[in-house]
Write a protein of this length. Structure first.
Length: 96
C-alpha cells in the first residue's frame, strides 16, 4: 500500500491573492473517495484548520513518530547483539 504524503499547495484566485490548501497524495490509488466506492490517489483537505486537515496532519505526525520509534528499537536490537556477541567472545577466550 502506498503511503500518502501531505502536500501544501497555492492556487491563485481571481483577485491575484493566493489561496493555500492541503491535500494528501499517494503514488497509487489508496485513498477513499467521498462520492464513490473507488479509490483515489488524492484527497482534498481544504484550508488549514478544517477537521480533515487536522486529522491528516496528526496521522502524518503519528506515522513519523512510529518510524522514529522503530529506528530506536532497531538500534537497541543491534546494541544488544553487539553486547551478547562480545560476552560470548569473552567466555570463549578467558583471560590469564
Amino acid at each position: 500500500m502506498a503511503i500518502p504524503v501531505l502536500k501544501i499547495l497555492a492556487s491563485p484566485r481571481q483577485n491575484q491573492k493566493k489561496y493555500w490548501y492541503y491535500k494528501l497524495q499517494a503514488s497509487t490509488a489508496c485513498l477513499p473517495r467521498a462520492t464513490s466506492s473507488k479509490l483515489s490517489k488524492y484527497k482534498h483537505l481544504g484550508k488549514a484548520g478544517t477537521a480533515e486537515h487536522i486529522d491528516a496532519v496528526m496521522s502524518v505526525f503519528r506515522r513519523s513518530v512510529g518510524d522514529e520509534i522503530q529506528k530506536i528499537i532497531d538500534t537497541l536490537d543491534d546494541c544488544l547483539l553487539d553486547i551478547s556477541s562480545g560476552s560470548e567472545q569473552e567466555e570463549e577466550d578467558p583471560q590469564n
